[in-house]
Design a protein around this ligand. Structure first.
Ligand code: GLN
Length: 283
């Protein structure tokens, strides 16, 4: 039988993807198109692939060459301990956002029944990672986008994560009159005119999940302004932001009455997450 082997298809894909992280992306696209895992791909390099499947591999590779993000082509991405289904209605979870989850988990001791809100949940990445790591926590995940909410709900159901609920709406408005022990968010924080929005994967992601006004701080300003109304005394707010926004976000937190304001750096040493504590008020 003649035809293309797995080895051929992979080599072609990696040659076509020379601008990208070719080796890893070529494997991910083959795994997706052939419906196999990495171990199979390694063990079956010399198998001949049916022409229809080879066509699907080429189709996936062409989409990637045309710029579409791998995560949207394969329809999922790993985040923290979870594998999340994705559509172009939601931001692709980034590794640096795991810092936001890790900081929130530091505040939530195992076994404590606390209420957490995740504003602008998108795929549900942050809310579901927290809910999964802390079974006693109740997480409310919000988003203004109905399509995003469907993706997040689907992820919760598929992963069997039951301690998360959903509410649709803008930032703190989605919380109604509820109060929480902690609020987390990875809001949009790129400036509207930032050239990166017209480059790479960002071109394909929802703009409402990326850009937030002239200085990129519109969403963060809204959240920091309204969050104290939705936090118990001693509750905390933790936000992801751009690497050059740390000082501005700390100032906003302080203006809004937060204490113990801090910023943490991501693995690349850039200021990435800031937060603070809602002051204890006397009754
Ligand atoms: N971290 C993303 C980026 O710079 C932006 C995500 C966001 O705005 N929350 O690509």
């Amino acid at each position: 039988m003649t035809g293309f082997t797995v080895r051929h298809l992979l080599a072609d894909a990696q040659a076509d993807l020379c601008d990208h992280a070719a080796r890893g992306e070529g494997e991910l696209l083959l795994m997706h198109a052939l419906g196999v895992d990495r171990a199979w791909l390694i063990a079956h390099r010399d198998d001949v692939v049916a022409p229809a499947l080879a066509g699907q591999v080429r189709c996936c590779v062409s989409r990637r060459v045309a710029g579409e993000p791998v995560a949207y082509i394969v329809g999922h991405r790993g985040f923290h301990a979870l594998d999340l289904a994705l559509t172009p209605d939601v931001l692709i979870p980034r590794p640096e956002t795991e810092l936001l989850v890790d900081l929130a988990l530091r505040w939530i001791p195992q076994g404590e029944k606390v209420d957490i809100a995740d504003l602008g949940t998108g795929s549900g990445a942050v809310a579901l990672a927290i809910a999964h790591a802390r079974a006693q926590t109740r997480v409310l995940a919000t988003d203004a986008s109905a399509a995003a909410m469907d993706v997040a709900r689907g992820n919760a159901a598929r992963l069997g994560i039951g301690n998360v609920e959903f509410a649709r709406g803008d930032w703190c408005a989605a919380l109604g009159v509820r109060c929480f022990d902690g609020i987390v968010s990875n809001p949009p924080y790129i400036a509207d005119a930032d050239a990166h929005l017209a480059q790479g994967d960002l071109r394909f992601e929802p703009r409402m999940a990326l850009a937030a006004g002239a200085d990129g701080l519109d969403a963060i300003r809204s959240i920091v302004r309204d969050a104290p109304e939705h936090l118990h005394a001693g509750g905390w707010l933790v936000l992801e932001h751009g690497h050059d926004q740390g000082a501005a976000v700390r100032a906003l937190l302080q203006q809004s009455g937060f204490v113990d304001v801090f910023t943490e750096r991501d693995l690349e040493g850039r200021e990435r997450v800031s937060g603070g504590c809602n002051e204890f008020r006397s009754p």
